[in-house]
Ligand binder design. Structure first.
Ligand SMILES: *Cc1c(COP(=O)(O)O)cnc(C)c1O
Length: 492
């Protein structure tokens, strides 16, 4: 890391790789063990296979399973696909109904959508306002033809821990397979799969200080025959996931799991303290909402919404932090976080959220610096917003458009002397493009008469400022505010 790098608070997206993992992977690649195909019977193959068996034991030990129940995949996305598609297709002769929730990762939701195309019915259970899937709500969604339930263990946006014991028990009573996406749970909370009614569980190494591109699906021994593979050719992983096993990736995954197991207890306490330290410095800002408050939450994840600030503008101003936002602007979908919306947050608060996720290499000093930066930016953006200024001011010409709860809220105030603009001020709430365009316009207004007040068209502004087409609507709102100024012009 270089000194100017931002503070990394995005562990829920991917963790740094632990140096001990890098060492083990490098040794595996460099040594002769890296040469053989683990399926080969010569010494090199056998050495690679032996390394893989050690890793399987290390992974099984972290999650409380036996090594023969670990099926290697490319990550949690593939594990979720294999679990949801493989289990549902394998059980299709018994029924064609699947239950999941509205707050799952896309890696589970998209396979559910795929199943709908194959003639399955899918019910997505809504969480309560704290982000928990209530076991009673889940039970109400079960039908005689339900064959699979998929509910994540720890939510990747809020950190809320679901009651997998209770939900699994409801499934087991009815002979329904239960899958849980445990990508965020492994290494964060203690896990004893053999003591729980869980049939399938997804894992990925890069969320627990291992490399990207390797994961696992836990497949309880007695359900293996009910799961259909997605890939064919080679018979590896008991036919459930063929393909040559990547020895060095698996070695890294194994070492990552044994480090996580050794550190679990002390890290849990340390990360909880860091989370409390962060929250104690954020909530005095006022108008800050902890998403998932009131539900059990895993350490290392804190998601908060900030009233009166737009998420993308907030993140853009926080150049010294690497964090995630639930804001619409930086996601491909153009929708604010569906997870926070499902918790009942309105789109404005879903839009103004930050997810802080931290872990093994995060220090108290970094948490303090992060809190100070967020306090500074939230205060700055709130001061820019029309919400924090009286609307009526003296003899100025005021033009306002958008408003609270919208994606844009803009207010221009013009001083007019001898029929021309002599001074301009503005307040604006919105994404960084909106902020930049409002400032750009305000600079161009002095000296203009009423007739020439609007400098060109929103289409031209978009070209000059390189604003993406889908944000043109925001520029139209700015134009509306200028048109209002024309209507309120003195003597009109
Ligand atoms: C990261 C993540 C995934 C995707 O894992 P990959 O290994 O990147 O495919 C799936 N589910 C959850 C809950 C995650 O956090």
């Amino acid at each position: 890391m270089s000194a100017n790098d931002p503070i990394y608070l995005d562990y829920a997206a991917s963790t740094p790789v632990d140096p001990a993992v890098i060492d083990a992977m490098a040794r595996s690649l460099a040594a002769e063990g890296g040469r053989g195909n683990p399926a080969s019977l010569h010494p090199w193959g056998r050495r690679a296979a032996a390394q893989i068996e050690i890793a399987r034991e290390q992974i099984a030990a972290l999650i409380g399973a036996t090594s023969s129940e670990i099926v290697f995949t490319s990550g949690a996305t593939e594990s979720d696909n294999l679990a949801v598609l493989g289990a549902a297709r394998g059980a299709a002769h018994r029924g064609r109904h699947v239950v999941s929730s509205r707050i799952e990762h896309k890696a589970a939701l998209d396979p559910c959508r795929r199943l709908e195309k194959e003639g399955f019915a899918v019910t997505l259970v809504a969480p309560d306002r704290t982000g928990r899937i209530e076991p009673r709500a889940l039970a109400a969604a079960l039908r005689p033809d339900t064959v699979l339930v998929s509910i994540m263990w720890v939510n990747n946006e809020t950190g809320v821990i679901q009651d997998v014991a209770e939900i699994g028990a409801l499934c087991r009573e009815r002979g329904i397979l239960f899958h849980t996406d445990a990508a965020q749970a492994a290494g964060r909370i203690a896990m004893e799969l053999h003591a729980l009614p869980v049939d399938l569980a997804s894992f990925t190494a890069h969320k627990l200080y291992g490399p990207k591109g390797i994961g696992a699906l836990y497949v309880r021994r007695d359900v293996r025959a009910q799961v259909q593979p997605l890939l064919f050719g080679g018979g590896q992983e008991r036919g459930l996931r063929p393909g040559t096993l990547p020895t060095h990736q698996i070695v890294g995954f194994g070492v990552a799991c044994s480090l996580a197991r050794a550190a679990l207890r002390s890290e849990t306490a340390r990360l909880r303290a860091l989370g409390e330290r962060l929250w104690e410095q954020l909530h005095p800002l006022g108008g800050v909402h902890l998403n998932g408050a009131g539900a059990p939450r895993a350490p290392g994840l804190l998601n908060a919404s900030f009233e009166g600030v737009e998420g993308e503008s907030l993140v853009t101003g926080l150049t010294e932090l690497a964090v995630s936002t639930g804001s619409a602007c930086n996601s491909a979908s153009g929708e604010p976080s569906y997870v926070l919306r499902a918790l009942g947050r309105d789109s404005e608060l879903a839009q103004s959220s930050l997810r802080f996720s931290f872990g093994r290499f995060t220090t108290e000093a970094q948490i303090d610096a992060a809190a100070a930066a967020v306090r500074r930016e939230v205060t700055r953006l709130r001061a820019l917003s029309p919400a924090h200024e009286p609307a009526e001011v003296g003899d100025e010409v005021v033009g306002e458009a958008g408003g609270p709860g919208r994606e844009v809220w803009i207010r221009f105030r013009l001083q007019v002397r001898d029929g021309r603009v002599s001074r301009v001020s503005h307040r604006v709430y919105g994404c960084p493009h909106t902020l930049a365009a409002a400032a750009w316009l305000a600079e161009r207004l002095p000296g203009r008469s009423r007739a020439e007040l609007v400098p060109g068209t929103p289409g031209e502004w978009a070209g000059a400022l390189v604003v993406p087409v889908e944000k043109l609507g925001r520029l139209l709102t700015l134009e509306d505010a200028l048109r209002q100024c024309q209507q309120h012009w003195p003597g009109v």
